[in-house]
Design a protein. Structure first.
Length: 100
């Protein structure tokens, strides 16, 4: 269990460093990228965790099996089947990783 948290912390640190580097680039990159599929350096700099990381967080917290996961409005919507057989929808903040 301790090793998993260490791996998650390392992955978050690497992802955060890459996003900060991308955001430190020129405004021209931001304008070009924004036109291509709505993808921007600014958006990436605000988003700190990936969908896969959010899924991992929910799996660890609930002990359940993820049925569906989607991104939208700065958060991830993750549907999970718990050990009790309940289907729950959990929201994970894309910036902080906080579950709601």
């Amino acid at each position: 269990m301790r090793m998993n948290w260490a791996r998650l912390a390392l992955a978050l640190a690497i992802a955060g460093g890459a996003m900060i580097s991308a955001h430190a680039g020129s405004d021209r990159w931001y304008e070009d990228a924004r036109e291509a599929q709505g993808f921007s350096a600014h958006r990436m700099a605000q988003q700190r965790i990936t969908l896969q990381q959010a899924i991992d967080i929910v799996q660890r917290a609930t002990g359940g099996r993820v049925l569906d996961a989607k991104e939208g409005n700065g958060q991830y919507r993750i549907k999970v089947l718990t050990r009790n057989g309940e289907v729950r929808v959990v929201y994970v903040d894309a910036q902080t990783g906080e579950m709601r």
